[in-house]
Design a binder for this molecule. Structure first.
Ligand code: NAP
Length: 478
């Protein structure tokens, strides 16, 4: 039997073991073996990590921008060099397919390079020269954006590299220091990207990686007076909890969703089927922007349901190394939850078209027709491969059901009539509405946001930089 690796946390520019002596086993979601152990750091160690960012941040912010840019670009290069090593961990740790794991790393390297360019062009060029003349007063105000200080970056399990670096890179290029708390199931992937970071030669203490369960250290670090801003991606319950005590602390929350695909009777049904299939089922639906319900006009519901059924039956199911669409879910708790939703939906009288089969954490792709608004599946986020079809009589009814959700991340509208689609989109309560396309994050420089329980504030490269900086005025009295 091969020895199990123990991964260290990262503080003061070095990898370290926690004095707590506590380690957390990380189990592969599909092989059910322990693939490594991460440190459960103590609150005192979190204190030390946060305190050390303070002077490091000031020096980092004063460092020539092109030196900061150069280091970040080198990190991007290093991630590409280490891509296979990192992808292997992503696959084993969060059960993402091999191809998607590799893509996640290369997309992340591109993200860093874009972020660097964006910052240089918007914050260090003529475009950044905002000023306010003082009118009848003999004054002029020159506006500069400055970093907030120490950013706490908390990321979820499902994109352990991309959604982490989507916080780290904008924070660093704009002169902040970072305390990075990854999802525990995702913490080895986090160590791997910080190993790449470490090879490049950033100054010590500008980025600290702290590992440990959110339930143990999450509240402590989030409330910590040394944290100047929180960038969080994860579930709505955790996000709401964090926002309940974030007094006077800027915070951006990217949370869950129940994204609807609204299909009008004049839609190109084949196109809608293609988009719904990749929107709903890729990575077994473990995407915040997965299509999680279909609201279809009853005039075309039979055709849409029949075509979706054929496609769902044909979905590949298996282990991540073979690159299927459907892979085992992240853990037993998630699989139990999705299983329970399926059982209740059958009990409640919906028509099961495909699925309702489970092997351990592997939930086979499941499709329901005739789901109604009194069923849990109409409202809850499964984070698994189960899709409800809800039949509606009109656009108004589709909009009403879409907006009754507690969530408002994204939505899709399928119609050949552009004016009609735009009119529906205008009435949907969501951060973004896709016309004739699946719900998805990206390209990464697009603004990305959710309303209601789907989030607060805006992400997307330039918007994240804005959220992690603030205006400072220099007022010259003439
Ligand atoms: P989660 O359980 O809410 O965890 C997210 C992060 O919060 C993890 O790092 C977790 O650490 C940490 N955490 C837990 N309790 C905490 C506390 N009291 N204080 C501070 N941090 C705490 O979410 P998940 O299961 O990883 O991710 C799935 C959810 O994220 C879904 O709802 C999905 O829709 C959403 N998501 C949203 C977006 C978006 O952009 N809108 C993107 C991806 C995912 P531990 O792992 O140690 O508990």
């Amino acid at each position: 039997m091969s020895e199990i690796n123990t991964y260290k946390y990262y503080v003061g520019g070095k990898f370290a073991e926690s004095n707590s002596g506590n380690l957390i086993d990380i189990e592969c979601p599909y092989e059910k073996t322990v693939i490594g152990r991460v440190q459960a750091i103590s609150k005192e160690e979190a204190d030390v990590a946060i305190a050390a960012t303070k002077s490091a941040q000031k020096e980092w912010a004063e460092l020539d921008l092109f030196k900061r840019a150069d280091l970040l670009n080198k990190w991007a290069d290093q991630l590409e060099i280490d891509a296979h090593d990192i992808a292997e961990i992503i696959m084993k740790e969060v059960g993402k397919t091999w191809n998607d794991a590799v893509k996640e790393v290369t997309r992340t390297a591109e993200f860093i390079r874009y972020t660097v360019q964006e910052y240089i062009h918007t914050n260090d060029s003529a475009m950044s020269g905002e000023n306010y003349p003082g009118g009848s007063k003999n004054k002029i105000a020159i506006i500069k954006r400055i970093p907030l200080g120490t950013v706490l970056a908390i990321s979820p399990f499902n994109y352990p590299v991309n959604l982490s670096v989507a916080k780290l890179a904008p924070a660093l290029i704009s002169g902040n220091a970072v305390v990075f708390k990854p999802a525990t199931q995702g913490a080895i992937s986090a160590v791997k990207i910080i190993e790449s970071f470490d090879k490049v030669g950033f100054p010590a203490n500008v980025l600290q990686l702290i590992t440990g369960k959110g339930s143990d250290i999450g509240d402590y670090v989030s409330e910590h007076e040394g944290i100047d801003m929180i960038s969080f991606t994860g579930g709505a319950t955790t996000g709401r909890h964090l926002s309940s005590f974030s007094t006077m602390k800027p915070m951006v929350l990217e949370l869950g969703g129940k994204d609807p695909a609204i299909v009008c009777e004049d839609a190109d049904i084949d196109q809608a089927v293609t988009e719904i299939m990749s929107g709903a089922y890729s990575y077994s639906g473990q995407r915040c922007t997965a299509i999680k319900r279909v609201l279809v006009n009853e005039a075309v519901a039979d055709e849409l349901a029949a075509k979706l059924k054929v496609e769902v039956e044909a979905l590949s199911v298996g282990m991540p190394i073979d690159n299927p669409v459907i892979v085992p879910l992240i853990n037993k708790g998630s699989a139990d939850y999705v299983d329970g939703l399926i059982t209740d939906t059958i009990k409640d009288g919906a028509t099961l078209l495909v699925g309702n089969k489970r092997e351990d954490n592997l939930i086979y792709p499941t499709l329901f027709d005739h789901v109604t608004t009194d069923m849990r599946l109409a409202w809850e986020e499964p984070f698994g491969p189960v899709l409800p079809i809800i039949r509606v009589k009109s656009d108004e009814e589709a909009i009403k059901i879409a907006n009754q959700s507690e969530y408002g991340l994204q939505a899709s509208v399928f119609s050949r009539n552009f004016s009609r689609a735009v009119a529906i989109a205008g009435k949907i309560e969501a951060g973004s509405v896709q016309i004739n396309g699946r719900t998805e994050r990206g390209p990464d420089h697009f603004p990305f946001l959710g309303v209601k329980n789907s989030g607060m504030g805006v992400h997307g490269i330039s918007k994240t930089i804005d959220a992690m900086t603030r205006e400072k005025l220099l007022i010259i009295n003439l």
